[in-house]
Design a protein around this ligand. Structure first.
Ligand SMILES: NC(=O)c1ccc[n+]([C@@H]2O[C@H](COP(=O)([O-])OP(=O)(O)OC[C@H]3O[C@@H](n4cnc5c(N)ncnc54)[C@H](O)[C@@H]3O)[C@@H](O)[C@H]2O)c1
Length: 326
């Protein structure tokens, strides 16, 4: 599939949605951005503010949408609508509040742009992507979540700094839940063509210690930003803009996105961050990453946590249905 996709809708014009729309414009990823929020004034305010960068930078259109009818013909839709973290919450705590929101939005999108590629960003992104795939009539390859793209970028950046190597030359990936059970796949990490552990570390540092520190720092980074400014937005926006560009330009680039795990992983039907070729078809194809026995165990642990969250939601919904009926 080689066609150029060029109209991108962003659903949810809060911190993340506005930052995504802005990144799409600054990186000139598409021809048109449409910003929708149930709060029209907010969508208009953000769209107008971002549109004011256009005369200085690019030739794009940025508009607010008054309703889903304005999303007809969109090629890509980024979903950022929903509630965000309160102090002390984990991403999984948002599930109950955001599940119905996502299912409702996906239903609307099926009506107005059934062929669009949908990228879920709202947290907990892995479980909500699973809900979106199940709620939607569109083929599963047209829906994926932003996964651990940002986590991997954080890891590569720190590794690059430590090893004094440009981060594009650091090939290290984070997989699993976008959350507390994510982990770097150290067994396949390389710097250029050199296996990670063959790389010399600064005096006094050892690889086991460095790996533990980097994995923990990567996992904590989002919370650290949250504790200080109340939300995260710029990093995820850049990650999502890269994903959108991979679709609009049919780049066939590999990203760790939230997808239904291939049977080869042996972890059952669960959605979590795994390597996929992202292009004009959305998920052009999923790749199977070789892992050590320990990493395979961590993947299973991550899958179990996400599957339990998904199943607990189904139980809560059944209970709510029973209570409403009684
Ligand atoms: N996946 C990631 O890497 C990542 C990173 C950061 C944030 N997030 C998640 O993104 C989500 C949004 O975060 P935020 O900081 O922008 O929150 P926010 O509260 O600033 O914005 C959310 C927006 O969604 C809108 N909204 C809610 N329900 C809606 C609906 N049904 N239809 C249309 N609009 C609706 C609200 O009006 C609000 O403007 C959160 O779930 C957050 O956890 C994900």
């Amino acid at each position: 599939m080689n066609q150029m996709r060029s109209t991108v809708a962003v659903v949810g014009a809060g911190h993340v949605g506005a930052a995504v729309a802005n990144a799409l414009v600054l990186l000139r990823v598409c021809d048109q951005v449409v910003l929708y929020d149930r709060d029209l004034a907010l969508a208009e305010g953000e769209a107008w503010d971002i549109a004011d960068t256009v005369p200085l930078l690019s030739e794009m259109q940025v508009n607010a949408a008054a309703g889903y009818a304005d999303l007809v013909g969109c090629d890509v839709v980024v979903v950022t609508a929903g509630v965000t973290l309160e102090p002390g919450q984990t991403r999984l705590d948002l599930l109950g509040a955001n599940a119905d929101t996502i299912a409702g939005i996906v239903g609307e999108l099926d009506r107005v742009c059934p062929a669009a590629v949908v990228i879920v960003v709202t947290n907990p992104v892995d479980v909500l992507t699973r809900i979106a795939v199940e709620a939607s009539a569109r083929p599963a390859h047209l829906i994926f979540g932003s996964g651990t793209v940002l986590d991997g970028a954080r890891l590569r950046h720190r590794l690059g700094e430590l090893l004094e190597v440009e981060q594009e030359s650091v090939h290290a990936y984070v997989v699993g839940e976008h959350g507390d059970s994510s982990f770097p796949v150290w067994s396949s990490a390389t710097v250029g063509a050199i296996g990670l552990e063959q790389f010399e570390l600064p005096e006094g540092r050892s690889w086991p210690q460095v790996k533990d520190e980097l994995a923990a720092a990567t996992r904590r980074r989002g919370m650290g930003i949250h504790e200080r400014k109340g939300f995260t937005s710029y990093g995820v926006a850049a990650a999502v803009a890269r994903l959108v560009r991979a679709v609009t330009r049919d780049e066939k680039r590999i990203f760790m996105v939230s997808v239904l795990a291939a049977t080869e992983y042996g972890i059952g039907p669960v959605v979590l961050g795994l390597p996929c070729v992202i292009g004009g078809a959305g998920v052009n194809r999923q790749l199977v990453l070789a892992m050590s026995a320990g990493e395979q165990q961590m993947l299973q642990n991550s899958a179990l946590i996400l599957d339990q969250a998904y199943r607990s939601l189904a139980v809560d919904r059944t209970r709510a249905g029973t209570e409403t009926k009684s």
